[in-house]
Design a protein around this ligand. Structure first.
Ligand SMILES: [Zn+2]
Length: 97
């Protein structure tokens, strides 16, 4: 718990750009692939199940929503993380072709 608080405080002192640079650098050192997705990709608005783009959830105060197309329940952060992961995998697969 204390360790989490310390890590959380350290992360708030680092800009997202700095974090990305460190991740890219570390990936290179350990022979891993670093894939950056478009910063304007609407990860929290897109249904991770059916791909429907729900512009009504642009407002950051909306923390969860139900997809009007497929009826899936989405927690904003989990849905965004799935979409970011799949977008990264899609980019990676395109690089392999
Ligand atoms: Zn859906």
């Amino acid at each position: 718990m204390i360790e989490e608080k310390r890590l959380s405080k350290q992360l708030t002192n680092v800009s997202l750009g700095d974090l990305c640079r460190v991740l890219e650098y570390k990936a290179k050192i350990y022979g891993k692939k670093y894939i950056k997705i478009d910063s304007y990709y609407p990860s929290s608005q897109e249904c991770s199940r059916c791909g429907y783009k729900n512009e009504k959830v642009k407002d950051l105060s909306v923390r969860s929503w139900i997809c009007p197309k497929c009826g899936s329940y989405h927690d904003r952060d989990y849905n965004a993380s799935y979409n970011i992961m799949f977008e990264g995998l899609k980019k990676y697969m395109m690089e392999l072709k």
